[in-house]
Design a protein around this ligand. Structure first.
Ligand code: ADP
Ligand code: MG
Length: 334
């Protein structure tokens, strides 16, 4: 028993010894995707980068709501009151979204598109959307207006002029899928970072894990930075204040509360640790909407998920760690 496991460890070490770190960055999904990986040589690394970024580009073409010809956009026109068979990728993202909508009473809602588009325009013009426009957009939203048939892999929408927005979940899923593409090429130690969404496989050779710094966006006010040491997981951070509109003395986030169709105005930064990016990404958005108390309750109910929630600001900062977050391996730095 003992000798065979020692032997296995020995083999793993010598195999790892030949691996070198490589890094590449490309723009995708309206942000930068950064990939770090360990490969035997430059040629293998280049081949792997092409496959991983290629997979992300493919997902962007399916899930984007900026390109009118994405599959996500097309089904908003074709799946009105009739079932349309969709790709596995779109199906996975929409069904994960719908499950989370059920679990959060609609705090996470992939059908929020008409409202997010209105606020996107408002941020561009620096003008608050009008009450009438908000009400009109809201009437075209609602996760219960979207129906999934798991057996036939179809989606049906209850009405026309609906708009899906995968912005709260797509980057996490793309990070997962980039890792999967790397793994198919025998790259088992890699990290994919799409701004606030990270997913990673085995630890770098000879290390305990990937070192992942977790800050409040308002880090000047937080007395410490936590550095997590993790492997085979995902970390996502959603910040209500990252993209925003300042109007009427309030700061409206790009994260929308579907109950009011308004951008969040409370200061909250949520970091979620989960096994997969599709979950950490969507949960970070969902907990931002739910707020610290209900958000924490949601996280505590989910096995294998941990959260760090920072609320308030200007001297009223509150830092909340879920029970599993407290147990995560980390190095604490000043
Ligand atoms: P970021 O895009 O800054 O990383 P998030 O992962 O929190 O942050 O995603 C925010 C995006 O999710 C918004 O830009 C919008 O596209 C979408 N979104 C906003 N509100 C919601 C919501 N309540 N449910 C689902 N998606 C949302
Ligand atoms: Mg998200």
């Amino acid at each position: 028993m003992m000798s065979s496991s020692l032997l296995a460890a020995g083999i793993a070490l010598s195999a790892a010894a030949g691996l070198q770190p490589y890094e590449a960055v490309e723009p995708h999904m309206g942000t930068l995707f950064r990939i770090k990986l360990y490969a035997a040589n430059q040629a293998q690394a280049q081949h792997a980068f092409r496959a991983a970024f290629g997979r992300v580009a493919q997902l962007d073409a399916i899930l984007s709501d900026y390109h009118a010809d994405s599959e996500l956009d097309r089904i908003c026109r074709t799946a009105v009151r009739r079932p349309v068979k969709v790709s596995d990728d779109l199906f996975r993202v929409v069904s994960a979204s719908e499950r989370l909508s059920e679990d959060t009473g609609g705090a996470f809602d992939i059908t929020i598109g008409p409202v997010t588009h209105l606020w996107r325009e408002a941020r561009a013009t620096k003008q608050m959307p009008g009450k009438g426009a908000i009400a009109q957009a809201e009437s075209r939203c609602g996760f219960r207006k979207l129906h999934i048939d798991s057996e036939h892999r179809t989606i049906t929408l209850d009405r026309d002029s609906m708009q899906l927005d995968a912005g709260g979940i797509a980057k996490g899923y793309a990070a997962d899928e980039a890792l999967a593409a790397l793994s198919r090429l025998d790259i088992h130690s890699a990290l994919v970072a799409a701004s606030g969404d990270l997913a990673f496989s085995d630890a770098p050779p000879g290390q305990a894990g990937w070192k992942i710094g977790v800050d409040s966006l308002d880090s000047a006010e937080v007395p410490f930075t936590r550095v997590l040491v993790l492997a085979n997981g995902a970390v996502s951070t959603s910040g209500a204040s990252e993209q925003h509109l300042d109007a009427n003395g309030a700061r409206y986030s790009h994260i929308i509360n579907p109950k009011t169709a308004m951008g969040l105005t409370r200061a909250i930064t949520v970091t979620i640790v989960a096994r997969h990016g599709i979950d950490s990404d969507a949960l970070a958005t969902a907990v931002s909407v739910l707020g610290a108390k209900r958000g924490l309750a949601l996280i505590e109910r989910r096995p294998g998920v941990a959260a760090l929630i920072v609320t308030g600001g200007q001297g009223k900062l509150q830092v909340i760690e879920s029970s599993r977050f407290r147990l995560l391996p980390k190095t604490q730095t000043e």
